[in-house]
Design a protein around this ligand. Structure first.
Ligand SMILES: Nc1nc2c(ncn2[C@@H]2O[C@H](COP(=O)(O)OP(=O)(O)OP(=O)(O)O)[C@@H](O)[C@H]2O)c(=O)[nH]1
Length: 146
């Protein structure tokens, strides 16, 4: 897939179970949780999965409400989806997989951005520690910064 003129290859593991296995958790850089906006039960499943994913590993997640083309039959409001994502600190989109590939492309673009952001945060923290250490060395401070 070409995103911002860079070629990005996604390997997708379609996970049907309620919780990903340990192997899937180790394998994945990020997760897309999809529910149908016509089906409240699928939203509740996504809520459970999100709680589980956000619990231990602080996984990178994008929440996607699908079938937006059928919004006259909607059971889950856009606000509910947005609120769930907001409370879990993940990205959120409503899309329609039936109306061409653009919505799906947006989901994967969001996922890539979230994964890149998650990877950048520890690097930024490490850089900051490096700067603080340098300052401590210059001023001969004894304070440890780990
Ligand atoms: N109208 C509409 N139909 C959709 C959309 N996305 C999927 N569908 C339809 O919903 C049905 C289920 O789609 P699947 O792709 O099989 O969904 P799934 O969740 O992977 O299903 P499983 O393989 O059983 O887990 C199919 O008939 C699709 O054509 C959408 O955005 N809009």
């Amino acid at each position: 897939m070409t995103i911002d003129s860079a070629e990005t290859r996604f390997h997708i593991w379609d996970c049907q179970n309620l919780q990903p296995s340990e192997q899937q958790m180790r394998w994945a850089d990020g997760f897309v949780l999809v529910y149908s906006i016509l089906d409240r039960q699928s939203f509740e499943v996504a809520r459970q999965q999100l709680a589980w994913l956000r619990g231990g590993a602080r996984a990178t997640v994008v929440l996607a409400g699908n079938k937006r083309d059928l919004c006259h039959r909607r059971e889950v409001s856009v606000e509910e989806g947005r609120l769930l994502a907001l409370g879990s600190g993940c990205a959120f989109l409503e899309v329609s997989a039936a109306e061409g590939y653009h919505g799906v492309l947006l989901v994967f673009r969001q996922l890539l951005a979230a994964v890149q952001e998650a990877r950048a945060v520890p690097k930024r923290a490490a850089r900051l520690r490096g700067i603080v250490r340098s300052i401590s060395a210059v001023f001969g401070g004894k304070r440890r910064v780990d």
